[in-house]
Ligand binder design. Structure first.
Ligand SMILES: Nc1ncnc2c1ncn2[C@@H]1O[C@H](COP(=O)(O)OP(=O)(O)OP(=O)(O)O)[C@@H](O)[C@H]1O
Length: 232
């Protein structure tokens, strides 16, 4: 579903955020993206969503090469839940936010409302439909932001630090939700417990390079690896 080969990404001024990263993620797999601050996690997610320019190497999403002319197709397969829900929610009500993406996809108003209603119900946020996103708790905002993305039924879900602003209870509820979501998931997180409870695989980035990719429970019990990568 995601095939990354020798990927390097540089920001301006020769700042190399990803160096020679190769990994393959199969359909339906959930992968935790681990790494210290600045390791390159967000850059990798943004690159998969077509938001960062590839300096060298290649990325294939669902069999389509990630390049400018294929961006529309790639973006229809990808749903990106940003770290900060406020970057995703901008309408007067939660329902309008969920409907927005569906209308952009070409669904008529009635069908968009129908899908939005079903999606909000599946996330237990129907009671928030007419609330202003700006007045929700962080946990509620996160669910609303996820609803906006899930409504569009992407094949691949990208989450950047989904639990970073949540308390223990909201984190646990969100983990349950993340586990229940179907599809391929890539979750960048600093929280090793979240990684262990939600993901079957893990990828460890250190200083822009992929240093380990494999079974999550094996990686999470490798204290030496975690320590060397500043994760412990
Ligand atoms: N827009 C940008 N312009 C220039 N350099 C950037 C930009 N965004 C990130 N970087 C640099 O790229 C490197 C990787 O950053 P990235 O945000 O991908 O790391 P991260 O693993 O997500 O970190 P964190 O855990 O702190 O969110 C860092 O050195 C960072 O300073």
């Amino acid at each position: 579903m995601v095939k990354i080969e020798n990927l390097s990404v540089e920001y301006g001024g020769g700042n190399c955020a990803l160096k020679d990263v190769s990994l393959e993620i199969k359909e339906g797999e959930s992968v935790a993206l681990l790494g210290a601050n600045g390791a390159g996690k967000s850059t990798l997610l943004k690159t998969l969503a077509g938001l960062c320019k590839i300096s060298s190497g290649s990325v294939e999403i669902n069999g389509t090469l990630l390049e400018r002319k294929n961006l529309r197709k790639i973006r229809s397969d990808i749903g990106f839940v940003f770290q900060n829900s406020d970057d995703q929610l901008f309408s007067l009500t939660v329902e309008e936010d969920v409907v927005f993406g569906l209308r952009n996809m070409g669904f008529d108003f009635q069908k968009s409302m129908e899908i939005a209603g079903e999606t909000m119900a599946s996330l237990n946020i129907s009671h928030l439909a007419n609330r202003s996103p700006s007045r929700l708790s962080e946990g509620e905002k996160k669910r609303a932001a996820i609803a906006c993305i899930l409504a569009m039924k992407p094949k691949i879900l990208l989450f950047d630090e989904p639990t970073s602003q949540l308390d223990a209870r909201s984190t646990r509820l969100l983990c349950e939700l993340l586990k229940s979501l179907k599809g391929t998931k890539i979750i960048a997180t600093h929280d090793l417990k979240v990684a262990g409870s939600v993901c079957e695989k893990a990828a460890v980035l250190d200083n822009s390079r992929l240093v380990k990719f494999g079974n999550a429970s094996e990686i999470l019990s490798d204290e030496k690896l975690l320590f060397n990568c500043s994760l412990l």
